[in-house]
Design a protein around this ligand. Sequence first.
Ligand code: NAD
Ligand code: USQ
Length: 403
Amino acid sequence: MTQSVLVMGGDGFCGWPTALHLSALGNEVAILDNLSRRRIDAELGIESLTPIASIGERLAVWKRVSGKTINLHPIDIAHDYDALKNVLEEVRPDAIVHFAEQRAAPYSMRSPAAKRYTVDNNINGTHNILAAIVELDLDIHLVHLGTMGVYGYDGSGIEIPEGYLDVKITGADGNLFHRSIVFPTAPGSVYHLTKSMDHLMFQFYARNDGLRITDLHQGIVWGTQTEETRLDPLLINRFDYDGDYGTVLNRFLMQAVIGHPLTVHGTGGQTRAFINIQDTVRCIAIALANPPERNERVKVFNQVAETHRVRDLAALVAGIAGATVAKVDNPRKEAAENELTVSNAAFRTLGYDPILLRDQLLSEIMEIVRKYADRYLPEAIPARSVWTRKNKPGVIKQGRDRS
Ligand code: NAD
Ligand code: USQ
């Protein structure tokens, strides 16, 4: 079944390949994006390692390559409420995929201004979408990109369920009550806090107004290209490697290529969930095909393929590329070690067959990095955003461990 889909944040790392994939599947796709991510690059004095074309060029090339049109609505959803409403009335989409948030945990912790921007942008943006759907009385399936980080990382011994927890509570009369409650959130950054608050807003609007909402709690995305972004050099996806926006595995792959020691924070004992960008776009298509009913509770899917410990990833990449590993002071406030087991049963039941980390895939990504390696800026590599005043920037301190 094809649909009319508005991809909010469709110029970003996950949004761009998703817009192309949904368009390739025959959906009528439009992008809404205020290009704030490109402005943050300019503010930080960095650029994607891969040379990304302007959004106008991207859309023109997609039309040439696929014959399909994707329209752009350059709107700030956090501050242009009337413009947002006009777009929704004009497009009347069957579904919205909402990627349009400030998504870097380190960026959200770098200064009071960045904390306030992240809260203002993410909370107002999400709430404006919800309020506009209700005001216009539209029946839209809202698919939101949440994060595994809302669950926190202290769940050792249990498998993280998909959004809800079945609990038994003893009532005042001594009887046992069974309840399904929202999994308690334990965000580890201001960014993750906004994702927890988004989820609370979804619970309210689903209950109060019967909105149909799917919240996808996604793990760390790795990789860069997808089937569609490979079709032309001007469709290439962004590749962030800097200390704020670069995520851990992509950073390690890039560091290995340029001969920089892999920057493992602290002991590297943090275990996190991962998913390849190609799987991200496939999962979104699956979620769109399986909307909740009206008045159903918010659907929560854990959008993850597998979990890994950071130091194991570093050893894997070092082994493939002959890189060295460096322990750096952890600029974040996080447990030195954690276990993480996550259910992804909902997507699996709907046919999701995860792409797992493999040497060959990692080597392919390193090939892309090699191609654009001369674009990297050495000063962009250290993670300088600190969680508390006590943390020092992530500079190499303990010498290098050969892996
Ligand atoms: P990104 O920063 O590359 O893309 C976000 C896009 O949204 C950008 O193009 C930006 O310009 C746009 N945007 C931001 N605020 C906006 C506003 N107020 N109005 C209109 N457009 C706005 O981020 P990404 O990596 O593509 O992540 C997309 C979503 O997926 C985010 O919500 C993020 O939290 C979630 N997510 C990402 C990852 C990951 O590893 N990248 C993992 C889990 C979840
Ligand atoms: N880390 C290192 N060295 C580095 C960079 C990171 O050891 O050079 C460690 C961090 O300390 C952390 C882990 O790697 O323990 C993951 O860090 P990350 O920057 O890859 O991921 P994170 O900050 O959690 O955020 C990313 C995305 C965010 C998304 C989240 C999914 O930027 O949008 O929500 O992954 S999750 O982590 O599952 O919550």
